[in-house]
Design a protein around this ligand. Sequence first.
Ligand code: EPU
Length: 335
Amino acid sequence: MKIDLRASLRAHNTFGFDVSAQYLAYLQNKSDVVEFISKAQSEKEPWQVFGGGSNLVLAKDLSGYTALMQIKGKSLLKETSTHFYIEAMAGESWHEFVEWSLNNGYPGLENLALIPGTVGAAPIQNIGAYGLELEEVFESLEAFDRLTQEFVTLNKSDCKFSYRHSVFKDEPNRYVVVSVCFVLPKQWQAKLSYAELEKAFAHQHSLKPIDIFHRVCEIRRDKLPDPQVIGNAGSFFHNPVVTNELYQQLKQQFPQLVAYPSGQQWKLAAGWLIDQCGFKGYKVGRVGVYEKQALVLVNHGGGTGEELLQLAEQIKKKVKEIFKVSLTVEPVIFN
Ligand code: EPU
């Protein structure tokens, strides 16, 4: 296993923050994972494993051991008369895996096209977009469990998925995911619950998975900044879920409020709340709020994680003041 000393993490986080890792390891197979954790633990050093770095705010240099998950491979594990079971190793690019699944005739992941990051990171925050959440197509995953020092298989209920949440967020640093298996029905059905997709395809007969894939890519390219061009981590806050009582109060006070029913409660569009506070396109120093989507914070170049977190606090304070709603940060923060 290769380990670099004092390595820059700038190219390994999509905000492009220029912090360093004391030791940076590259995990290319399952035995690297075991070796990495036992090394960090025997030296009593802190450790963390990163995927594509697309959901991270690095606001300081990291001490101890940091690893980049780079285990590769994707395959059809098995098929039944009704379903395909496909698997990808944790270091695969999520988007490339989605493309591969479509090119090989295993549709069902197309709504999740172009999400930055790796396959191994996808279950951590139960990625979701355009009417589909990972948990709906998830079968199981394999992870190294630090507590038992063994590789374990976790099924859907073990992962305790909910909106942008899982057991991996409740117990950070317990598991290192090494592969993920998805189950996709052979009888494909288009998922068009997201209004823009429904509108786009309302009159289209013989709709194909690849059509949805292309439309989702277009919507994302239109609304969200490309991390290769402007540093960002996608949505910076969760869409807050509030009680019906608070929703009714807010709706009365702000008739334009954007919200969706979520069980007995309501999910508010955090982008709308932030937008209403006047932050869209706001810049402070070298960080700011994206001009086309107020839920996305950006590094215009040369900004720091600390500056970004200060901006996030400013936004949270204003949203709380105006709407009485607390925003929760989505990315994982190192500060
Ligand atoms: N809106 C505004 N102003 C803004 C942004 C949004 O008024 O600046 C309003 C609009 O009415 C818009 C609505 O908010 O229709 C919702 O916006 P959008 O459809 O862009 O979705 P979102 O709720 O902001 C969520 C996910 C995204 C995902 C999209 C599409 C979260 C935290 N974010 O964003 O996920 O791509 O839905 O499904 O749930 C991510 O997690 O990184 C991410 C990009």
